[in-house]
Design a protein around this ligand. Structure first.
Ligand code: G1P
Length: 291
């Protein structure tokens, strides 16, 4: 498989799970610890060797493009006030990736969002990331998928085992595990009921796909929730060409889920040597109060 140069990140959604916090601020710009959610997602892409980010966006989401650009007025103030460290941090964001935005003019589903990037992606294989899923751990996430896709020249999705009680929130794969732990996919179902799920292997919003997926998406009929689902198109692609599921190492947090959102903030604070002790004390106090 050719080098993966572009990642498509659909970000046009209203972020209803994060309301009212996301009413006037894109949910991808809500801060986790000291960075917006999207920064962690783009960091993972950069770590996988990708410099071109395609945001599939809507008119309320220009803050995402601005975040990865210069902010000259701010840089000027930081320069004049001698805040060199902060200046460097802000300037580095503008050099992190090249952003291309395409509009999803009507929201017809996740698969439709990916299809909106067709003209920008062209005829190369590409990656897709769900902007809510934060995956932490050294080289965890997209890099693992790209390594396998290039070695095996097959489309790849990232999966993690989830509790059977939550399979209805995910695309679920069925397949045959190989001795190396990779799964040869035989079927995929979008958000099945627990009793109908073929396994508890959930797609975690990381994909490496060939450009052929676009014709599958163009022919896809509305699926779960009446929307054009990427999972449905992938299921057909898997049957025609084969597809692998890579169990992703690392830790996953769903930034759109309030409990996960709060937990990942704590996780970063507890990892920060300067904050760890203070955070533990605060948590102990709170726990004692709510015993
Ligand atoms: C999307 C996909 C689903 C996948 C999930 C991961 O669903 O359609 O297959 O499991 O991302 O986060 P969404 O979260 O957009 O409903």
């Amino acid at each position: 498989m050719q080098n993966i140069q572009k990642v498509v990140i659909p970000v046009a959604g209203h972020g209803t799970r994060s309301l009212p916090a996301s009413k006037n601020v894109p949910k991808e710009m809500l801060p986790i610890y000291n960075k917006p959610v999207i920064h962690y997602v783009v960091d993972e892409a950069v770590n996988a060797g990708i410099k071109n980010v395609v945001f599939v966006t809507s008119k309320e989401k220009t803050a995402l493009e601005d975040y990865f650009d210069h902010h000259y007025a701010l840089e000027d103030v930081l320069e004049r006030t001698g805040k060199k460290e902060l200046l460097r941090t802000v300037q580095e964001l503008a050099d992190m990736v090249d952003v291309i935005s395409v509009r999803q003019k009507c929201q017809l589903g996740f698969g439709h969002a990916v299809l909106c990037a067709k003209s920008v992606v062209g005829s190369e294989p590409f990656a897709v990331m769900v902007g809510d899923d934060i995956i932490l751990g050294e080289d965890a996430g997209l890099k693992e998928l790209i390594d396998v896709a290039q070695r095996e020249n097959k489309p790849v999705v990232g999966v993690m085992e989830v509790d059977p009680s939550v399979v209805h929130k995910y695309g679920i794969v069925a397949g045959t595990p190989r001795p190396d732990g990779i799964i040869e996919i035989t079927d995929m179902v979008e958000k099945p009921k627990a009793e109908e799920a073929p396994s508890n292997l959930a797609i975690i919003g990381r994909y490496v796909l060939p450009p052929e997926i676009f014709s599958y998406l163009e022919n896809a009929k509305p699926g779960h929730g009446g929307e054009i689902q990427l999972t449905d198109a992938l299921s057909r692609l898997a049957k025609d060409r084969g597809m692998l599921a890579v169990p992703v190492k690392g830790r996953r947090f769903d930034a759109g889920d309030l409990l996960d959102f709060l937990s990942v903030n704590m996780y970063f604070a507890l990892q920060d040597d300067k904050m760890k002790d203070g955070m533990k004390k605060q948590l102990q106090k709170l726990l004692a109060e709510f015993e």
